[in-house]
Structure formats: C-alpha cells, structure tokens
Design a protein around this ligand. Structure first.
Ligand SMILES: Cc1cc2nc3c(=O)[nH]c(=O)nc-3n(C[C@H](O)[C@H](O)[C@H](O)COP(=O)(O)OP(=O)(O)OC[C@H]3O[C@@H](n4cnc5c(N)ncnc54)[C@H](O)[C@@H]3O)c2cc1C
Length: 672
C-alpha cells in the first residue's frame, strides 16, 4: 500500500440526481444518502448512533472521523447540533476523507436546492459558509476553520492512503460513503484497523449499513458494534464502542493525540517574525495566554522585514514532500490571511512562474498535464498568455498560479498580531537568552543577566537561526544543522517596469511595487556563511543580471550597459537579511525530543520511528523556513498549536515527519 498520501490527480464528482431529485453518483451508481431524508439519517444514524450530542458535553474538544464526505450532510448536521447545544465542547473537529470531492460550484448547486426540504432551512448559513470555504479539488488534507471552534479537516484522495497518515485522536467515527457493494475499498479490514488505531478511550462508531461482513470485520478490528434499528425504511444499522479485547499492535493506538488540560494555559513565544506572529495568533485563538518576546523594537524587522515577498506552491513531477507541503502551506496561509482584519497586506491575484528554456517549458507543460490541477490552483500558459498576464513580453510559457502573489511581510506580522487580539502580551526590545525547565515542569525565559522574564506551561521558539542556540541545552546543535544564508534584495527605480502586473518568478523573482511611489522589488542573492549586513553593489548587479534573463525584453535596460552598470547600480536601494536554512530546505516545526529519556533507550530507538521518540513536555519550535516563510509560517504554527492542544494535526505524518525538529536526531539514532 502506498504511504504517500495526497498524490493526485483528483477526479471531482459530477453533479447528478435521480428522477426524484436525490443526489446520485454516476461513478458509484449509488445515491449519496437515503431517499428518506439526508438530515434525518445523519441525526439518527451518525449522531444518535454515537450518543451525540450527550457524549460531547463537558468536553474541551471532540473529534469525529468520517469516511466519505460526499455532500457534507453529516458534517452539516453535526455542526448544527453543536451550534444549538449550550453544553457543546469549545472545539469540534470533524475529519473526513473524500476520493471524489465536488467542485465548490457543484457542491453549492447540489446543496442549495435541498435547503427547501423540511428541517434544512436552518442549515442555510452553514451551507453558505461551507461552500464559500470549500477548497479546489487538489490532493491532500485541507483545514477549514468554518466558525470559531468548528474545524473541518478534509482529505482529498484515497482513504487507504490518507487515513494511515492521520495524527488524530478520535472520539467518534462515522462510516458513510457508498454502500459496501458499490464502493468496497472504503469498507476493508485494513481501513477498520487504521480507524481503531486512531480511537481514543471511549470512542464509538456508527454506520448506516448492517452488512454481515462489515459487522464481522469491524468486530475483528476492535469495534464492538451491534445491529440496531435502522433509519427510515432501513431495517438495521450498526453502532458500538471501540473496545478491543486485547492490544492488537505495538502502535495501538499509535499516536492518537490526547486532549490537554483545560484553559487558560500560558505560552512563551520567542521571536516576532512571521513564524512567531502566526504562532501567537494560532495559540490565542485557542484560548492561550501568550507572552511574545522580540529582541528588536518592533515585529517583522529581520528576514520578515522585507518590503515584499512572493508566494506560490512548488510543483514536481512526483509530487514530492516539498510540493505537498507547500501546497498545504499555501492553501492554509491564504485562508488565514483572508481573515486578517485589514485584509491581505499584499495581493493574491496571480503569480507567474516562467520557464528559462524551451526544454524546461516542455517539461513543465508535461508535468502540468500529468497532474491535471484545477485551473484555480495552477494552470499551464504559453508564452503569449504568460506575457498578457504579466504585462511584460516573455519568451517562454510557464505556470500561472491564480491565487499566488506577493505580501509585505512586516505588515503581515503586524496584522497577525492585531488579529490575535488584545490578550496577546507582546514585549519588544527584550532578548531571551536562555530557556529553563523548572522543577515544577513549567518553562522560564531568562534574559542575559539571568533575570526571569516569564514563566509558562510551554515555550515555542520562533527565532529563526537563533533558535539553534536557544534549543542547545535540550538538543545538540549537531541535530539542528541550520545555516544562516544572506540574501540581498534590489529596489528598482519607481519608473521601472510600469506595466508589470504580477510577480514573475524563475531564477529569482520580481514583484510589482509594494508601496505607492516605490519601484518593483527583485532578488534575491544566496550567500552561505556571509555575515555582511551592508548592501553590496556586486549583489545588485547579480540581481539585475538575473532579472534581465527573466524579462528578456528588458535585457538591455537591466544589463551591464544599463542599470547593472557600476554607476547606475550604485544608486539603487536594497536590503539584506538572513534566512535560516536546514540542509533539506524544510522547516523545523513541532515538539522537541526528550534527550534524557532517549539516551537509555538509544539502541531500541535506532529501529524506531519519529513517533516513538519521547518528547520534552512543553518545548516546541517553528523555524528554518529558508526562502519560503510565507507558505510555511501559518501551517507550521497550526501544526504546533494542534500538537500543544492534542488536536488533529493539519497535515499527515508523511509531512509532519519531514519537518519534525527531531528528524536529524532520528537519522543519527538509526546509525547506532
Ligand atoms: C532576501 C530575502 C528574500 C526573501 N524572499 C522571500 C519571498 O519572496 N517569499 C518568502 O516566502 N520568503 C522569502 N524569504 C524568506 C522569509 O523572509 C523567511 O523565511 C521568513 O521571514 C522567516 O521568518 P521567521 O519568523 O522564521 O524569521 P525572522 O523574520 O528572522 O524572525 C525571527 C525573529 O526572532 C527574533 N529573535 C531572534 N532571537 C531572539 C531572542 N533571543 N529573543 C527575542 N527575539 C529573538 C529576531 O529579532 C526576529 O525578529 C526571503 C528571505 C530573504 C533573506
């Protein structure tokens, strides 16, 4: 079985109905829900079968895992029940998989006519919100925050690939999807075992079917289901608790996150770049009291202080880790930025990634054909289409990302901190020199004189390359091999490239003027082990030569005889900053390992997995974003916040492992 969830392409569901108007799938030759009424079935079979809403009362969070999202009626019914319950848990997580998702337009087209049915009108605002937020059909997990406290994580792709990668502790399971005879792949013993590994103590399961084989396989997987009276014309259904007679596997349940103690909890966040700002916002949103320390006098002054940065997902022929991670990060970041009070501090209305040669263009075009991405995500454009979109004459075609664009990072940091709200306690001009674990298990941040700045339940280190030093007492710097990479941007004169409409990327990038009266921004250089903070003429020239290659129509103007000449380049403005970069160019985000607990078990752990490593309670990090801070910051913050809360992770373990701050340690352990 493949362990690379999220690999597309996704074939969207086609909207279709039976003669009586019941939604119908041509692929599975089956109706989406019982003709007796979708909402009634959802309430009776899935909520009722799992003892809801009673069972979620008094809980801080409640997690439901579903197979087969379909039109989302079970989710909508659950959301409505949660909304109407005064004793609801603070957070409802609904995690679902769908192999053939509807396109947003089709979902709306299918759901809206159903709103006239009895009992459905009250769902209208929920349907509206779901359809507004519904993602493009691209493979992988999508996290949608539909209302404060209501989080839908929907995985597009094959359940057998997506479910094993989930890091979720489930309280209830809804087994929906087309009937076992029409869609046997979703009713297999393997799927049931995988679900069992996610179950928290006391978890229950319900399904509309009562097929004997399903019942036997569920029981074999530890679900003590029994036949119950079915909904409407159906004679029976299955429901029951997860109560395995014995622990079936070493990882049973492997990593079902357990919910944490109640609030308010306190956290220290070190560093107010885009990593720290996003982190503070995600924690405050969950009710944490956050103290944010920044050594500079304002947020977003280091790498996150550039006037403009571009953002887009990465594509690759084999949809590698970087592609899947940047896809998840790009989509999640957009959803977060769109909720900022002042709107997006930049633009997300298109970015062009152009090929440098005809051969590269050909390869890109083939890649695009193989992946068949929805046009709203990424689209192949030839040279003339690319030129029209960019407002500049381009020699080769490339990929158009309709929602890519540019942002002003410092403005983003400030906006995230404002969005976090007044309860955030941000202190500027305060440098954290040391992090100490106290005897009572809490964490203290100390300044360079050893004075205690704050004490909290948890610390998240978001201090870019300085993170290595702050974490050193707990994780040997050899296992945090992050380098500082100098980069220089060049600010073009205000009258340069007046017709440039969107950022153009290739080898380097150019973004339209971020500020009124300022020129476009181009860059950036890449200098390992180069500590120079001053702007250098030679680096401007390197940026301009790259720009001349990117926009060949301006080769002369930006070339050695033009702006790149010593005299002209010396007049240009620019900025240097430092990226933090790991050897694999992926972030370090998550909980730190507990070396004291690991040492005595080194030999045993050498054959293990990252999830086997003991973790240090309360110490987390999110840094090393390299050149992709904009697509990584929000997702990494959400991952860390989910880990802190024992909530479902926003990405599968395939991606979370790839950015685990313990991955270099794990590599070393494996060599023991
Ligand atoms: C030239 C250049 C161009 C780039 N272009 C792009 C681009 O186009 N798109 C893109 O997505 N990314 C781009 N990047 C990368 C992006 O800027 C970074 O990935 C991102 O800014 C990193 O954010 P951060 O919060 O991790 O780090 P930073 O922004 O560096 O923030 C870390 C913060 O921690 C603070 N700090 C450190 N130590 C302490 C301490 N002990 N106590 C208190 N505070 C502390 C620092 O003062 C700093 O404010 C570019 C980077 C460079 C250098």
């Amino acid at each position: 079985m493949s362990r690379r969830p999220g690999i597309g392409p996704i074939t969207p569901a086609q909207p279709s109905t039976t003669e009586d108007g019941t939604p119908y799938s041509d692929t599975f030759e089956d109706v989406y829900h019982s003709t007796g009424g979708a909402l009634g079935q959802a309430r009776y079979v899935f909520l009722g079968g799992n003892g809801l809403p009673e069972r979620w009362r008094g809980r801080g969070q409640f997690v439901i895992v579903e197979t087969g999202f379909g039109l989302g009626l079970n989710f909508l019914a659950t959301w409505a029940a949660w909304r109407d319950d005064p004793q609801r848990p603070a957070r409802l997580h609904f995690v679902s998989v769908e192999k053939h998702p509807f396109r947003a337009l089709d979902l709306r087209r299918m759901l809206e006519p159903m709103l006239v049915q009895p009992g459905m009108t009250e769902l209208a605002p929920l349907v509206q919100r779901l359809c507004d937020m519904w993602p493009s059909p691209v493979a992988g997990w999508h996290r949608l925050e539909l209302a404060p406290g209501v989080v839908l994580s929907v995985g597009f792709g094959d359940a057998s690939e997506l479910l094993p990668s989930l890091r979720v502790g489930a309280d209830a399971f809804y087994l929906d999807g087309f009937s076992p005879s029409k869609n046997p792949d979703i009713w297999t013993p393997d799927i049931f075992k995988t679900l069992g590994r996610l179950a928290r103590d006391g978890a229950t399961l319900a399904t509309y079917t009562a097929v004997g084989q399903v019942r036997r396989d569920l029981i074999a997987a530890g679900f003590q289901v029994a036949r119950q009276h079915g909904y409407g014309p159906k004679r029976s259904m299955l429901a029951g608790p997860y109560a395995p007679p014995y622990r079936m596997r070493r990882y049973d349940p492997p990593a079902a996150p357990t919910p944490r103690a109640s609030h308010p909890r306190e956290a220290i966040v070190v560093g107010a770049g885009m990593a720290g700002a996003a982190m503070a916002r995600r924690l405050v949103a969950r009710g944490w009291r956050v103290r944010l320390f920044e050594r500079a006098q304002a947020p977003g002054t280091a790498a996150s202080g550039n006037p403009a940065g571009v953002f887009h997902p990465q594509l690759s022929a084999d949809d590698n880790v970087l592609s899947r991670l940047t896809r998840a990060g790009f989509l999640y970041a957009l959803s977060q930025w769109r909720t900022l009070p002042g709107g997006l501090p930049g633009r997300a209305d298109g970015l062009l990634q152009v090929a440098a040669t005809e051969a590269e263009a050909h390869a890109l075009q083939q890649l695009m054909a193989a992946h068949a991405y929805p046009e709203a995500y990424a689209k192949w454009v030839d040279a003339s289409q690319a030129s029209a979109l960019a407002g500049e004459t381009l020699t080769h075609g490339g990929v158009w990302y309709p929602e890519g664009g540019w942002l002003a990072p410092a403005m983003l940091c400030r906006a995230e901190l404002v969005a976090a709200g007044p309860s955030l306690d941000a202190r500027y001009g305060v440098s954290v020199a040391q992090l100490v674990r106290r005897d009572d298990g809490r964490w203290a941040a100390l300044d360079e004189t050893g004075r205690e700045l704050a004490v909290a339940d948890a610390v998240v280190v978001t201090a870019a390359d300085v993170s290595q030093k702050l974490l050193a007492p707990y994780l040997d710097p050899a296992f945090v091999p992050v380098r500082r990479v100098r980069g220089q941007l060049t600010f073009l004169p205000p009258d340069a490239l007046p017709s440039l409409r969107v950022p153009v990327c290739g080898d380097g990038y150019v973004a339209p003027s971020p500020l009124a009266g300022a020129g476009p921004v181009t860059g950036a250089t890449y200098g390992f082990d180069d500590p120079a903070e001053t702007v250098r003429l030679a680096d401007h020239q390197a940026n301009l030569r790259r720009l001349a290659a990117l926009l060949p129509a301006h080769a002369e103007a930006f070339g050695d005889a033009g702006l790149a000449s010593e005299r002209a380049a010396a007049e240009l403005g620019g900025r240097t900053a430092f990226r933090a970069l790991a050897p694999d160019r992926l972030p370090m985000a998550g909980q730190l390992p507990d070396m004291r607990a690991i040492e005595p078990q080194r030999r045993r752990l050498s054959g293990g997995h990252l999830r086997d490593l003991p973790r240090l309670d309360g110490l987390y990090a999110s840094f090393a974003f390299g050149s992709r801070g904009l697509v990584f910051a929000s997702l990494c913050a959400e991952l860390v916040a989910s880990q802190l809360e024992g909530e479902p992770w926003p990405i599968g373990s395939d991606l979370a492992d790839a950015i685990d701050p313990a991955r270099y340690l794990m590599q070393a352990l494996r060599k023991v």
